[in-house]
Ligand binder design. Structure first.
Ligand SMILES: Cc1cc2nc3c(=O)[nH]c(=O)nc-3n(C[C@H](O)[C@H](O)[C@H](O)COP(=O)(O)OP(=O)(O)OC[C@H]3O[C@@H](n4cnc5c(N)ncnc54)[C@H](O)[C@@H]3O)c2cc1C
Length: 450
């Protein structure tokens, strides 16, 4: 079969070289390596469809990979002899200013997309995850990552107007208005059932996203920032809830542990407001400041702007200092339930204090505002060059996931954490498995991923 794959993608886009295979055996996190059998770089939707058709015919497992910036094993093959499809080479940006929609190839990064739009005076609603310089559009949609701007726009799905997806038998389909070949991908919610949603968050197990169309907006010219320190987590949550009710923020983050020294106190909060009109922005900035002050917050000048300007490097810096091993568990919970979950997580880490000190495993607990919920990320860092330390961190990762998911926290990127969450979903998981079986009876697409 590999002979035919070489022909389809071109000799220079195929490899079984040991070193290259090794380079494709990990993601950005500390999940132990899993090697694919071969790698093919995909440069066109036609080549993608042809390779998938062939793999289906031969029952060959496929592992789908974007930039591999996940931290949970999601882009790593579950089956040893998988053919890995590298989608970073599936490029192309088409800006339709008349329809106010941009269509991007799955391998386009968020930074590429943001820059291309900015040059023409446009922007996306959500500018992508904080891994924007490397993370791809396809991989981000496939894990439903939380993006910058979630306080205003919510999930990425709210910004999608259509997808082009290659199904496990190699058939390309378009969703939304674009399902009709005489129409463009300008509207998600039409032509019957919402098929777009089927592929968002499905970790490449139901279809491979080849292209995605997003709403675009005139470029916001004005920005405002805020940072506040709070005497307790409950007061910080009061503030975040008040800010969410007013629906005026573009983005907001919560610090519980560690609270940056520049902020201090028991909890901290930063936010960003975006607008095209300065008087509106000034008014909203004043309202946001009042809400935080009324909740008992102390204003921390300049920190909000400094924090957001360094956003695409913030986590890499933390990772450099405390890593290089890094794992995360994250998921959504109603805003008011955040303290309950945070306290259980804090209690867990207190119990484990001796182990954490012995193995020099560091951790952090924070929050990101989504319009009606908070995303609660727990990050773990260690020196994974020491095998015993690495193994301990993997155990702690699963235990923290257990604590969080048992309280109802709903994850989005899942990967190897599927063992801790999917079984809790009951009939909803049965439904998902049924759809998977129907679309992919030979179980070739990211098998056993979810
Ligand atoms: C420094 C840093 C910052 C980060 N910040 C954030 C953040 O702010 N928010 C957040 O949620 N996450 C964040 N992450 C995690 C990660 O970057 C995101 O989840 C990212 O969106 C993944 O995109 P990717 O292209 O790397 O996908 P990959 O990791 O390559 O793949 C993710 C999953 O999608 C599947 N997949 C990939 N491409 C396709 C496709 N075209 N079609 C179908 N399935 C596909 C893969 O099989 C895999 O299951 C961060 C990671 C790093 C390293």
């Amino acid at each position: 079969m590999y002979g035919l794959v070489r022909k389809i993608v071109g000799e220079e886009n195929f490899s079984q070289d040991d070193f290259e295979i090794w380079c494709y055996s990990r993601d950005s996190g500390s999940v132990p390596p899993r090697r694919p059998g071969a790698v093919a770089m995909i440069r066109s939707v036609e080549a993608l469809a042809e390779v998938v058709r062939l793999a289906n015919l031969h029952g060959k497992p496929l592992a789908i990979r974007g930039a591999s910036s996940s931290m949970c094993g999601a882009p790593m093959p579950v089956q040893k002899d998988s053919l890995m499809l590298d989608l970073t080479t599936l490029q192309g940006i088409d800006i339709d200013e008349e329809s106010m929609v941009v269509t991007a190839g799955a391998g386009v990064t968020w930074t590429q997309l943001n820059k291309a739009l900015e040059e023409k005076g446009w922007e996306l609603g959500l500018e992508g995850p904080w891994s924007a310089p490397s993370a791809t559009v396809g991989g981000t949609l496939a894990v439903h990552a939380i993006c910058m701007g979630a306080a205003r726009y919510g999930s990425l799905g709210t910004q999608i107007t259509g997808l082009e997806v290659v199904l496990p038998d190699g058939t390309p389909v378009r969703t939304g208005s674009g399902a009709h070949t005489a129409n463009a991908m300008v509207m998600r919610d039409c032509n019957g059932a919402d098929l777009t949603g089927l592929f968002l968050g499905s970790h490449g197990s139901l279809g491979i996203i080849a292209r995605a169309a997003f709403k675009i907006y005139p470029l916001s010219r004005h920005l405002a920032y805020g940072a506040f320190s709070f005497p307790s987590l409950d007061r910080a949550i009061d503030a975040m809830h008040g800010l969410a009710r007013e629906n005026i923020l573009y983005d907001s983050r919560l610090f519980v542990f560690p609270v940056p020294p520049e902020i201090g106190g028991d909890a901290g909060l930063v936010y960003m407001i975006k607008g095209s009109r300065k008087p509106w922005l000034d008014d909203m900035a004043e309202t946001a400041g009042d809400i935080c002050s009324r909740a008992g917050g102390r204003k921390v000048p300049a920190f909000g702007e400094e924090y957001y300007r360094g956003r695409n490097h913030a986590r890499v810096k933390a990772f450099g200092k405390a890593g290089p091993g890094w794992l995360e568990v994250a998921g959504f919970i109603p805003i008011r339930r955040y303290p309950q979950v945070a306290r259980r997580v804090l209690a867990y880490f207190e119990e484990k204090d001796d182990v954490l000190k012995e193995f020099k495993i560091r951790w952090s607990l924070g929050g990101l505002l989504e319009t009606r919920s908070i995303n609660i990320p727990v990050a773990l860092f260690c020196n994974e060059r020491n095998r015993a330390v690495w193994e301990r961190m993997l155990e702690i990762w699963m235990e923290v996931a257990e604590v969080m998911f048992s309280l109802g926290v709903s994850p989005y990127w899942i990967g190897d954490l599927h063992v801790a969450v999917m079984g809790r979903l009951g009939p909803a998981y049965d439904l998902f498995r049924g759809i998977k079986k129907h679309l992919d009876p030979k179980n070739i697409l990211n098998p056993e991923m979810l």
